[in-house]
Design a protein around this ligand. Structure first.
Ligand code: PGA
Length: 243
C-alpha cells in the first residue's frame, strides 16, 4: 500500500488527475471506475484543465461510474451520471462512458448488465475512490456482502445526509446501486482519495485498524496495488507512518 500526503486539497486533486493521466498514457484504452462526491470535484477540474492543455487524453478510455442512486428518473440532476457529465464527460473527449441506470425497473438485472459490461471491457484498470465517513467505498455500506460484483444497497442515513450537502435541495433515494467490493478489489490498481478533517478518523480505522466488513474500505489493505492520497487534514490520525 502506497500512502501519499499533500499539503492541500488542491495539491491532492492535481496529483490525482496526473495519476489518471499517467494511467491512460500507459494504457490508452484503460477502463476507469470513477467516483462522485465532494472529494473528486477538484480532480475533475484538474482533469479538464490537463485535457485542455493536451496532457490528458481520455479519447480511448472506457469510463464507468462507480455507483448511483436508485431509483431516480434518468437525466435527474442528482444522478451520479449527471454529476460525471457536468464535471468531466461534457468537457473532454472520452472513448466510452457507461453508468448504472438510476431508472432501471429491475436493479438486479441492471447490476448484472453492468457487471457484464465491465467484464466485457476487460475489467477495471484503475478504480478511483472516495471514502464515506462510515468507511464505505462506492456505495458498499458497512456490513455489505463482499462477494458481489454489483449490487443494490440500502443507504445509511449519514450517507444520505452527506449527499444532501452536495446536492442542495435534493432528497436522495434510500437505496443505491454500486460496483461491489469484489469488483472493486479485482481492479488492477486502486487509488483512494480523502480530504478534510471529517475523514481523519475513518482513514485511521480503515488503514490503521483491522480488516473488517464494518469498515468496507479496510478490505483494500488486502489489495496488492492501492494508493491512498490524502491531504494533511485527512491524514491527521493516520499519517502514513510505517507504510
Ligand atoms: P465525499 O463522498 O467525497 O462527498 O465526501 C465520498 C464518498 O461517499 O465516497
Amino acid at each position: 500500500m502506497e500512502c501519499l500526503i499533500y499539503p492541500t486539497a488542491e495539491e491532492l486533486s492535481r496529483h490525482a488527475a496526473t495519476r489518471v493521466a499517467l494511467t491512460v498514457r500507459t494504457i490508452p484504452d484503460a477502463v476507469l471506475a470513477l467516483p462522485t462526491g465532494n472529494t473528486p470535484l477538484g480532480m475533475y477540474r484538474e482533469m479538464r484543465g490537463q485535457a485542455a492543455a493536451g496532457n490528458l487524453d481520455l479519447s480511448r478510455a472506457r469510463l464507468f461510474a462507480l455507483d448511483e442512486f436508485w431509483p431516480l428518473p434518468a437525466g435527474h440532476g442528482g444522478t451520479f451520471a449527471a454529476f460525471l457529465r457536468r464535471n468531466l464527460i461534457d468537457h473532454v473527449r472520452v472513448g466510452a462512458f457507461d453508468h448504472l441506470h438510476s431508472d432501471a425497473p429491475d436493479p438486479v438485472a441492471e447490476c448484472d448488465r453492468y457487471a457484464a459490461a465491465i467484464a466485457a471491457a476487460g475489467g477495471i484498470d484503475l478504480a478511483v475512490l472516495g471514502i464515506g465517513r462510515n468507511g464505505h467505498i462506492g456505495y458498499n455500506e458497512p456490513g455489505v456482502a463482499p462477494t458481489r460484483d454489483c449490487l443494490c444497497v440500502d443507504l445509511e442515513e449519514g450517507t444520505r445526509k452527506a449527499a444532501r450537502e452536495y446536492f442542495p435541495g435534493f432528497e436522495p433515494p434510500s437505496r443505491g446501486l454500486t460496483m461491489g467490493l469484489r469488483l472493486i478489489l479485482s481492479a488492477r490498481s486502486v487509488m483512494l482519495m480523502a480530504s478534510g478533517t471529517d475523514k481523519a478518523a475513518i482513514i485511521a480505522q480503515a488503514f490503521g485498524g483491522p480488516v473488517t466488513l464494518d469498515v468496507p474500505a479496510s478490505l483494500l489493505q488486502q489489495h496488492p496495488d492501492v494508493t491512498i492520497m490524502q491531504d494533511v487534514a485527512a491524514a491527521a490520525e493516520y499519517p502514513c507512518t510505517g507504510r
